[in-house]
Design a protein around this ligand. Sequence first.
Ligand code: SF4
Length: 464
Amino acid sequence: MSNSDKIYTKENPKKPVRTNSGVTPLTVVLAPRKCNHGTCIYCPGGDYVPQSYTDKSPAVMRALSLNFDVRKQVQSRLDTLEKMGHSTEKIELIVIGGTFLQYPLDYQYDYIKGCYEVLNGVSSLTLVEAQKINETAKHRIVAMCIENRPDNCSIEEIKRMRDYGATRVEIGVQILDDEIYKKTARGHTINDVILASQRLKDAGFKLGYHIMPGLPYSNIEKDLEKFRLVFDDENFRPDQLKIYPCQIVEDAPLAKMYKRINYQTYTDEEIKKVLSEMMKLIPNYCRVMRVMREIPKEKMIGNVASTSIRKEVEDELKKENSDIKEIRIREVGFNVKELKSDRKMIITEYLSSGGKEFFIEIVNSDNILFGLLRLRFPKENFLDELKGCSIVREIHVYGKALNLGEKGKDSQHLGFGKDLILEAEKISKLNGYKKIAVISGVGVREYYRKFGYSSIGTYMIKSI
Ligand code: SF4
């Protein structure tokens, strides 16, 4: 890895911000359906609630009360968000529950089309038409996340996710160990994780891994040894993590077998130890999105870990002055003390899944993060429209979610995005690329048009 510092000259805000994201998440839940491979031993759900969730999680309870009708789910969430005073112009749609890509194709297309239609306020004949309307609608989908399995990332499936407008994919990785995959009935191998990671990154997706310490047949030492691989081995290197220590949930197969296999969940102290070591291993280009699942206590057997563990671990690490590089802990939205007003651009280059990544950040001298961009020189351009292109996989400017056109006091809408894009174009050109592509949520296409990008296939592309 190499770092090159560039002085960043933008005039900057002095005031801290209290909110931490530029977009408003809107979660929709799939109708219950068993995964094709069977059931991973720790996974609840199945017949009446979607796999991997219980009927006590708030999003699932909402969806259950609406009979999993996606149009009603979007409408009801939109109404609630508006009532609560949240901005609803820039939406990140998050599809959860089961393995979406395994549902019948017509269900998948209608599900996604339904989300766009409700946000548009009008019905459409086709998904493409609904997306076109959404480009300039009041409620735009600027990002879309699909939870998926590593063995559901074929080229055809990746194209389909792009057709839907997805920009981020989270895959269940849990632990990089084929033996444990077999014993926990995961139904895929490490090789599937390697292939999925490469294809998803080459197609420009932002890639998240779900990691599960404390699985049966593992221990703290093994968890950490395998976790080191996630970043030491360039075949992996995800952009984001969700760390969910294994718990015994009432309806999961593990609940019936844990005594027989002599399994115990980690204690809070053990979870803290693993988490704290993991945090120290996470590089500056990776964000920990969440730690611990939101599963109510009454659904659990064995130790019910405290949901405030992340905060406790982070506070401890700060007290020890540990050198934590992870993104979330450095975001301006989570740092409300007096902010230093100097800014610079730092570029980290690293190899990743056979390609090369440039992680471009805008930070101050306390390493507080104001914006980032991920540029990739892919290993393979397997999608026609991406032939000969470098690809921008993410641009994120931190700060409070603002409505489109609204002027911000913090880093949103102050031109940080533009500076990051110009830098990505410059790096691509210097390295011989003649075209640059951006994976763009449908609702951000207009923004890129202002910078000379045009829609080609499902991407925004510019000659440079
Ligand atoms: S793949 Fe995910 S949703 Fe499917 S059974 Fe395993 S944990 Fe549950």
